[in-house]
Design a protein around this ligand. Structure first.
Ligand code: TMP
Length: 232
């Protein structure tokens, strides 16, 4: 398979394959936080995020949530359908943490009475600002119908992941999704991993995600490995 680099992000490389409708994602160990201000590496992260994302995409597929996932190729690579990414990050939250804690002045760990769905404009230069439906429309990022679909998919994905994780003694605090267009459909894209979700141990609330890197809490690799172990 020939491999032409199409795009390099902070944590992944995307390669063109021989099939014009497919791409190969290579998961790196590189980690950044605060829009690239903090940089580092998390040993084995690429391998673990590839494996964890594979498990979640397979689970979601079995529950009727379509994604770009085609198959896992090797330890660090995944074959996917090549999407035209919608420049809206969809964040779903069950428990107050991170930027929501700052925005509302509520303590981290407070359970929300119902899940919250937020949209962020996927634009590094602007620092991915929070936006609403009107901003999405004026920016021409997605139609109202598409946005309603992203919201419904976000909530469905939340229900599926939350239940599965809880059975493995993990609380799903919040997570980020990206979607893209493919053949007149909208598919879930990107990854679902400790880089893009907050996972807390169900008994102790110990953080098992990238917050350990963002906040210098130590035992970063161990947290990613722990999530992988519990899902297997
Ligand atoms: P936040 O509380 O910082 O807004 O993050 C909410 C969720 O989104 C959290 O699970 C981490 C994830 N996230 C990303 O995947 N990429 C990002 O760039 C940021 C800021 C958060």
């Amino acid at each position: 398979m020939s491999r032409t680099l199409l795009y390099e992000g902070k944590a992944k490389q995307i390669f063109q394959t021989d099939d014009p409708y497919e791409a190969l994602i290579f998961f790196k160990d590189d980690a950044t936080a605060f829009n690239g201000e903090k940089k580092g590496q998390i040993r084995s992260k690429g391998m673990l995020n590839n494996a964890i994302s594979t498990l979640f995409f397979e689970l979601l597929d079995s529950r009727g949530v379509p994604s770009h996932f085609v198959k896992r190729i090797d330890e660090r690579s995944m074959l996917v359908k090549k999407l035209k990414i919608i420049q809206v990050e969809v964040i779903v939250r069950n428990i107050v943490a991170g930027s929501l804690s700052q925005r509302l002045g509520w303590p981290e760990g407070r359970p929300l009475p119902r899940p919250i769905v937020e949209f962020y404009y996927k634009d590094d230069a602007l620092g991915d600002p929070l936006i609403n439906n009107d901003h999405v429309a004026v920016l021409g990022l997605a139609s109202p119908e598409e946005l309603a679909h992203l919201t419904a998919e976000g909530l469905k994905i939340n229900a599926v992941l939350q239940e599965h994780l809880l059975s493995r003694k993990v609380k799903l605090v919040d997570f980020k999704l990206e979607f893209g267009r493919f053949d007149n459909r909208i598919l879930l894209g990107d990854e679902i991993s400790p880089d893009t979700c907050r996972f807390w141990d169900a008994d102790t609330d110990k953080k098992l995600d990238k917050d350990r890197f963002r906040r210098d809490l130590g035992q970063v690799e161990e947290a990613y490995q722990e999530i992988y172990n519990r899902l297997n």
